[in-house]
Ligand binder design. Structure first.
Ligand code: SAM
Length: 273
């Protein structure tokens, strides 16, 4: 278990079931649970000298960081799926070459916006696994994917529920994956300069793993992927060249592009990428 500088508490006036949930969460993350007892969050932070608090509320867990609140939400996933349903294309799923029934390993799950869109496209016969090295982000996203309710769209709910979440570092996890075990391996690293200045994005930056992708990770991904390795980066990023990625696709005016490596079936001793 990774040590976390964190305390779990509840919203004010919590029901006994929320208190039980908070105690179980603290147990799961191996961090202390502090009963709220009418205290302000600022008072708890001050008393225990911590910068992050995980607050269990009736609407799900919320992390209070110095940069703002972090909680599960659909972000752009709902709109992107709506666009796909209307027959428009999505640059990410096109770059991945996704069709129904495929399998995807999302190495950088984050809030799972991209994974939800991929899960929707591959459908109920597809398989999607998301890796997230931050235990707190993995917890918030894992909880949201299993519990978030979108009243109007059962297909969207199923897309969320099908995503398997592992709190793992992709560098280690990829090494343990068999050759050709996923159709697509995907990376969306934090390394690039932030584009969005929105208050929703700031908290993830303080919690996330900001290490750049290594050439070795791309090599492992090419071994694990049956069809493609896809890397999301800012348009014009030097990362594509650094990682040896020659094919870059995306919208003409988009600030995001996708590097694509086509991987044939991996043979031991092969020379990919
Ligand atoms: C830009 S965010 C991904 C956003 C995601 N594509 C989405 O749609 O919500 C990058 C995420 O990858 C995670 N990450 C970075 N390096 C990682 C690694 N080596 N293993 C697993 N997760 C990693 C970060 O902690 C962060 O949550």
């Amino acid at each position: 278990m990774i040590a976390i500088d964190l305390i779990v508490t509840t919203a004010q006036h919590a029901t006994s079931s929320i208190i039980k949930q908070a105690e179980a969460t603290a147990d799961k993350l191996s961090v202390p649970f502090i009963p709220r007892k009418g205290l302000s969050l600022a008072a708890i932070k001050q008393e225990y000298q911590i910068s992050e608090l995980l607050v269990i509320t009736g609407n799900g867990p919320v992390i209070h960081t110095a940069a703002g609140e972090y909680f599960f939400h659909l972000s752009m996933a709902e709109l992107r799926i709506k666009n796909l349903k209307s027959g428009n294309h999505d640059h990410m799923t096109t770059a991945m070459g996704l069709t129904a029934g495929m399998s995807v390993l999302d190495c950088t799950l984050g809030l799972a916006t991209d994974a939800i869109v991929a899960s929707f496209v591959i459908g109920e016969h597809g398989l999607i696994t998301g890796l997230e090295s931050s235990p707190l982000i993995a917890f918030i996203t894992g909880y949201g994917l299993q519990n978030f309710v979108v009243a109007s769209d059962p297909a969207l709910i199923s897309a969320l529920r099908r995503i398997k979440v592992h709190n793992a570092d992709y560098s280690e996890h990829l090494k343990a994956c068999a050759n050709n075990s996923f159709d697509v391996v995907y990376f969306d690293p934090m390394f690039r300069a932030p584009i969005q200045k929105s208050s929703n994005v700031k908290p993830i930056r303080s919690l996330a793993n900001k290490q750049p992708i290594t050439v070795e990770a791309i090599r492992q991904a090419c071994r694990v992927a049956r069809k493609r390795v896809v890397v999301k980066e800012t348009t014009g990023s030097g990362e594509f060249v650094r990682l040896g990625i020659k094919t870059v696709v995306g919208g003409k005016y988009s600030s995001i592009h996708y590097g694509v490596i086509d991987c044939g079936p991996w043979q031991t001793g092969g020379d990919q990428p």
